[in-house]
Design a protein around this ligand. Structure first.
Ligand code: XMP
Length: 317
């Protein structure tokens, strides 16, 4: 059976032998995998690990600042790069989901490449690839490769000429979490819900503007904070809000409104391949719906997604 302590000891020794005194660059995403990979590498090679955390402008509310601070507290050598404007420019007037993913993937590579080149003599690229990602990218005809191009799987282009190191490539997600725990990583960070690489761009149906991103960040924050304060967050595998491209009629005081609809989604799953919608308590849904409509200007209706995967997917795009 898997023992995290033994794994850490072995992989650290292996990384030290393999990398020696070379320099390594790693892209942090705020997620569990890249964080655990970074901490392992930091343990093995210390200051020769250079981390880059890119803000694509499509993260959750305050996520970039909060996660960056957390990384700094963990002693990681991390550079935060705010490329929001570049991403939002590249997404302007794009509505088609795959086109959004492609645009984001392209800009991410541009930004990362530019930053990586600023690090002198870097020869390795570290990635938080885990075993299911490896399997997924081998079976290129598999469902996720054909249905959605997961831009953060498969890595960066060859022209970067970096050798690849993937310390987690033999591990499953739960093993990664156990390794993270052994390494002393904050439980809240290890228990974070999965969040897609293209971020809120695939939860804003249709075209993306800065205003829509801000609106959805507010809605999402109310939903996620609500899940946490009601003690529901840890019993849900993934949750988020979706901004629909329709207006509906509502009434506020004596005024008729014609504003946006948001959908809330919460699912139970083990690997994201199948998922069931979660039976969130009606009292919770009522409270959250009121809070969203009262606090977020431009939203007058909230719906709850009761579709499971398959035939629906977790994300709406
Ligand atoms: P779906 O919507 O395919 O989502 O049921 C399954 C899981 O994958 C995440 N997802 C993505 N993750 N890039 C990512 O890094 C993507 O393009 C992408 N699309 C979906 C989704 O959030 C869920 O956890």
């Amino acid at each position: 059976s898997f023992t995290p302590n033994a794994f850490v000891e072995e992989i650290v020794a292996e990384l030290q032998t393999k990398i020696g005194s070379d320099r390594v660059v790693l892209g942090l995403s705020g997620g569990v995998d890249s964080t655990v990979a970074a901490v392992l590498l930091h343990k093995a090679i210390g200051k020769n690990l250079y981390c880059i955390f890119v803000n694509n402008g499509l993260l959750r509310k305050n996520e970039f600042e909060n996660v960056l601070k957390q990384y700094e507290h963990m002693g990681l050598n991390v550079k935060g790069v705010d490329a929001s404007a570049q991403f939002l420019d590249a997404l302007a007037r794009i509505s088609e989901p795959e086109a959004k993913r492609k645009a984001i993937g392209r800009v991410f590579i541009e930004v990362f490449d530019q930053e990586a080149h600023k690090i002198e003599d870097v020869t390795w690229l570290a990635q938080g690839t885990i075993y299911p990602d490896v399997i997924e990218s081998i079976s290129v005809k598999g469902p996720s490769a054909t249905i959605k191009s997961h831009h953060n799987v498969g890595g960066l282009p060859d022209y970067m000429k970096l050798k690849i190191v993937e310390p987690l490539r033999m591990l499953f997600k739960d093993e990664v979490r156990r390794v993270g725990k052994t390494l002393g990583i904050d439980a809240a960070l290890l228990g974070r819900h999965p969040f897609p690489g293209p971020g809120l761009s695939i939860r804003i149906l249709g075209d993306i503007t800065r205003e829509k991103v801000t609106l959805l960040q507010e809605v999402d924050a109310i939903f996620i904070d609500g899940l946490k304060s009601w003690g529901l967050y840890d019993s849900v595998w993934q949750a988020g809000a979706i901004l629909l491209p329709v207006n509906s009629v509502g009434v506020m005081g004596d005024e008729r409104t014609y504003e946006k609809v948001v959908a809330l989604r919460a699912v139970q799953s083990t690997d994201g391949m199948t998922a069931d919608w979660v039976h969130l308590p009606y009292d919770f849904l009522m409270k959250i719906s009121n809070e969203i409509i009262n606090k977020v200007k431009g939203v007058n209706r909230v719906v709850y997604d009761i579709s499971s995967k398959p035939p629906a997917t977790i994300e709406w795009e």
